[in-house]
Design a protein. Structure first.
Length: 123
């Protein structure tokens, strides 16, 4: 009986230690996720600027925007990775009926036409 109680106390101590360890780990992960999104948002303008410069060079050479952003690789962009936003969604080239073009990023929610999108009008 004594060993059973001792074993039970040790098991409870292990379970308690595991629970406390998990609760301590979840708080920093939430904070690090927010910091990661901030870092991704900080990188995005430079990436969009590079794709925009490639689009400008393409238009200067060919007189119009490409039908698809993939046409920029490898002649105007070194790698297709630059066409993927920091959250893993492919950038989109939109051509409204009014003319012009828009470079669009879906943002953290990875869904286009939502409030967190980043859209850049192209000259």
């Amino acid at each position: 009986m004594r060993y059973f109680l001792l074993l039970l106390l040790v098991a409870l101590a292990v379970v308690l230690a595991l629970r406390l360890g998990k609760s301590r780990q979840t708080a920093p992960l939430g904070e690090s996720g927010a910091m990661l999104d901030k870092a991704k948002l900080a990188v995005l303008p430079a990436q969009l600027q590079q794709v925009e410069a490639a689009l400008d060079a393409y238009r200067a050479d060919r007189g119009a925007c490409p039908g698809d952003l993939a046409e920029l690789v490898p002649g105007y962009l070194p790698a297709s990775d630059l066409l993927i936003d920091p959250w893993g969604t492919r950038l989109r080239l939109e051509k409204p009926d009014a003319g012009g073009a828009i470079l669009a990023c879906a943002g953290p929610d990875r869904t286009f036409a939502s409030p967190d999108d980043t859209r850049r009008s192209l000259r």
